[in-house]
Design a protein around this ligand. Sequence first.
Ligand SMILES: [Mg+2]
Length: 177
Amino acid sequence: MSYPEVAAFDLDYTVWPCFCDTHLNPPFKPMPSKNGEVRTLIDSYGYELSFYKDVPRILEDLKTHDVKIISASRTWAPEIARELLRAFKVEYKGEIVPLITLFDSLQWGEKSKVNHIRLGIQEIFGAKADIRDYKSCLFDDESRNRDVEKYGVKYVYVRDPESGTTWDLYQKYLNGN
Ligand SMILES: [Mg+2]
């Protein structure tokens, strides 16, 4: 099993099952679980959104192995995505924390995914850090983003919009690279 140094995640249909710029209308109401986690939010129209259930476990496992985590999203509504990442709360090392705190760098905008990852690596490791010097991967549901492989980033295809990024897919990636 081989861990990367950097793991990047798309958000829509990779971390949660919706397009946050077209499907959702803030404000969001949290639906806390008994342990204080917030795995479900309800928007102002009553639309319920939960992140894919294995995502917090995957992020915790990455962080336990010193992997830096980047979000790489081209959403038109980064302020909504950011609000979701703040409002979702997950158990991490025995504490309840906002999902956003598990990310080391948040990258947004109409640029290519490789540029998201490049900027994330520079934010984390310094302005001179070169994407090719770090073992990295991208979890993403749009196969056109496979072009990150030209820059040495392993592309992990999140194929199924029902289940999103699963522990099983993650294990296959760790065991296959
Ligand atoms: Mg996506």
